[in-house]
Design a protein around this ligand. Structure first.
Ligand SMILES: Cc1cc2nc3c(=O)[nH]c(=O)nc-3n(C[C@H](O)[C@H](O)[C@H](O)COP(=O)(O)OP(=O)(O)OC[C@H]3O[C@@H](n4cnc5c(N)ncnc54)[C@H](O)[C@@H]3O)c2cc1C
Length: 433
């Protein structure tokens, strides 16, 4: 335990966007001397997800207009560098360079009383020690854990025996350079990353999923967007359960076009599958680009995105909303899908015969490949289930912020600093006790 005359020692485990945000908030708010150590084996600020060294084909899935930091934003940064600012869904590597630059700028801005350093090290142990903590045998007074997604969760395919090579897609994955036939577990955003990585070289890429469907495409930035009227947003504050919210979504989506209520309800209940995933993706892309009519799924997606902040506020005020988690499972598919640019590439690959959807709705095919072969590599493109606690969650006094405790309310677009306020609240408590 340090006295107020000595710097308070703060450990931040995880130096991705949230770790960076925590550092920026501490620099702004600290009224006492602080000695801050950020642990992350990946570049500070960018972290693992936005590391600048990743393949340039992998793109941001959210409009980059939301990428802001304490004193800068991504679009101004790339304009200053003379780079193209028209691309709303740029490479994640480029966003990572911005976040890494933001980290350096924050360190330059820090007053002498706030010392910040990055240790490129993966923490393996945190334990309580008197009034403070030991982090891999170094003493600290405060510990913030923002380790993001769990990547090596117990359900990952790499833990299962297989005749064909099995790999994850991202961190530390052992990816072959040009496999001909690729089986993929998953048909969502990470599956699209597989297509972007291997689309030019593979002979066949087979997506396999439980739902048999692709995600709905996000609207292009220049497509006129239907806005959820204020009265529906306000009505969200008065709901008691997700069943009430469901009615609001149906009513709000109903104002975006002449949709039968039953069609909107079917989308929300996940009962709207036509059994033609490719035709659905094509219709979704046309709606997203404004070249085709809004579909009921696109209308419900727009309604959910339109009231998402109100859902966050509701959870903040009342705790978990009964039934919300189940409701949001189907809504995530329609509201938080790929941008048009990557959906278009997926469709090109489908039409060229490179992406073959014959096993799209046959989850048992994964076991067939594992047991009998038939592909050159099997890529697990699924993400860990929500809210897997970090290995340090049961140490009393450790604060965890991020995916690992987003159980009832998924923190979509977590690059967006305007949705949640737990990082500034934590920094205020630590820097200004
Ligand atoms: C492949 C992928 C693509 C995504 N694309 C988008 C997108 O386009 N838009 C969007 O809004 N969201 C996206 N997300 C969601 C993403 O989680 C958030 O954008 C953002 O990365 C969350 O920031 P974070 O700092 O909480 O977690 P992360 O960015 O995951 O950072 C956590 C950091 O903790 C480090 N770490 C973990 N364990 C330890 C340890 N024991 N010791 C030290 N360090 C450790 C990791 O190396 C990592 O750098 C994506 C997620 C993934 C996995």
């Amino acid at each position: 335990m340090t006295s107020l005359r000595h710097p308070r020692r703060v450990a931040i485990i995880g130096g991705g966007p949230r770790g960076l945000w925590a550092v920026e908030e501490l620099i702004e708010r600290a009224r006492i001397p602080l000695d801050v150590t950020v642990f992350d084996p990946y570049p500070a600020g960018a972290g693992a997800v936005y590391r600048p060294q990743q393949p340039p084909q992998w793109r941001l899935n959210v409009n980059c207009a939301i990428v802001t930091t304490a004193h800068d934003n991504f679009n101004s940064w790339r304009a200053r560098r003379g780079e193209d600012t028209a691309d709303a869904f740029p490479p994640r590597a480029q966003v990572g360079q911005f976040l890494a630059d933001t980290w350096s700028a924050a360190l330059n801005r820090a007053p002498a009383s706030v010392r910040v350093r990055h240790l490129p090290h993966r923490v393996s142990e945190v334990r309580a020690d008197g009034d403070g903590f030991m982090v891999d045998s170094a003493p600290f007074d405060e510990v913030l854990v923002c380790t993001g997604h769990d990547h090596l969760h117990s359900g990952a395919l790499i833990h299962k025996p297989s005749r064909v090579p099995v790999t994850g897609l991202y961190f530390g994955a052992d990816l072959p350079s040009a496999p001909r036939r690729i089986g993929v577990r998953g048909a969502a955003l990470s599956f699209i990353d597989v297509c972007l990585l291997y689309g030019d070289t593979a002979e066949t890429i087979y997506p396999v999923s439980r739902s048999g469907r692709f995600l709905e495409v996000k609207p292009a930035p220049d497509t006129p967007l239907p806005e959820v009227p204020e009265r529906w947003r306000q009505a969200c504050a008065r709901v008691s359960t997700a069943a009430d919210l469901r009615e609001i979504l149906i009513a709000a989506a109903g104002e975006f076009g002449e949709f039968p209520t039953a069609d909107l309800a079917a989308v929300i209940d996940g009962q709207d599958f036509t059994c033609d995933a490719v035709a659905e993706l094509e219709a979704s892309l046309r709606a997203a680009e404004g070249t085709g009519p809004l579909t009921p799924a696109a209308a419900v997606g727009a309604a959910f995105r339109g009231v998402f902040q109100e859902c966050v506020d509701w959870h903040k005020a009342h705790g978990p909303m009964p039934g919300f988690r189940e409701l949001s499972r189907t809504l995530e598919r329609v509201a938080f899908g790929p941008p048009p640019v990557t959906a278009r590439r997926l469709l090109e690959l489908i039409h060229a015969g490179v992406v073959n959807t014959q096993f799209l709705r046959a989850p048992e095919q994964i076991d067939t490949w594992r047991e009998e072969g038939g592909v050159d590599v099997l890529i697990d493109a699924t993400v860990a289930p929500q809210a897997i606690p970090s290995p340090f969650h049961d140490v009393p006094g450790v604060v965890e912020i991020g995916r690992m405790n987003e159980l009832s309310l998924p923190g979509h677009d977590s690059l967006n600093r305007s949705v949640h306020d737990d990082i500034p609240r934590w920094a205020e408590k630590v820097g200004n006790p």
